[in-house]
Design a protein around this ligand. Structure first.
Ligand code: COA
Length: 172
């Protein structure tokens, strides 16, 4: 049985170091991402407190990483989610998304993400976690590719549909 994952905020240096294995897996490998550039991005996002990582032993290496940008379309946007192939299927991806979801839904209505239309594994994973397809973004990442925009609503008793939220009036 796999050990429970711990979620933590990596330092900018630790976040930067994850780029080496992330660029070696799909979809980043096929898109031609370089470790140096992705590492700079991860370090910048970690400084902005937008990166979380998962590990299964107290001082073990990060086995999964998520980047979530807050304040997007009444919610937050998962810009990157990666689990090391040797650690996949143990619930780490779910733990990382649920961690971001809990933080987001404490104050916002929607959690968004996107995945390449050909990345069926990611699309199935996100559907399993309660995301629904809300749009197509042709040519977003690469010309000729279609990025699928997905979103998950806050639980009904959460902030989004809360009973203390003012009733919306119909637009007249
Ligand atoms: C997609 C990814 C994040 C999933 O992470 P993971 O840790 O292996 O997934 P989990 O073990 O947490 O799985 C969570 C649920 O999704 C399901 N799931 C995971 N991968 C799946 C797949 N390929 N097809 C169908 N369902 C899948 C699991 O069965 C599980 O369901 P359950 O909890 O109800 O049993 C990981 O495979 C990955 O990093 N892929 C490469 C990068 C990528 O595509 N990122 C996302 C888009 S950019």
């Amino acid at each position: 049985m796999s050990r429970p994952a711990r979620i933590f905020r990596p330092t900018p240096a630790a976040a930067r170091a994850q780029a080496a294995w992330i660029v070696a897996i799909e979809p980043w490998r096929g898109l031609g991402y370089r470790a140096e550039a992705l590492g700079r991005y991860l370090a910048r996002k970690a400084r902005a407190r937008a990166v979380w990582a998962a590990r299964t032993s107290p001082h073990g290496p990060p086995l999964g990483v998520v980047v979530a940008d807050d304040g997007v379309l009444l919610g937050a946007f998962i810009a990157l989610l990666a689990v090391r192939p040797e650690a996949s299927g143990q619930g780490l991806g779910r733990r990382l998304v649920e961690h971001v979801a809990a933080k987001t839904f404490a104050k916002r209505r929607w959690l968004y993400t996107s995945a390449d239309g050909n990345n069926l594994a990611a699309l199935r994973f996100y559907r399993r976690l309660g995301f629904a397809r809300v749009g197509r973004l042709p040519d977003l990442v690469r010309r000729g590719r279609v990025e699928i925009l997905l979103r998950r609503p806050a639980p009904r008793e959460g902030h989004g549909e809360g009973k203390d939220r003012p009733r919306r009036r119909p637009i007249s």
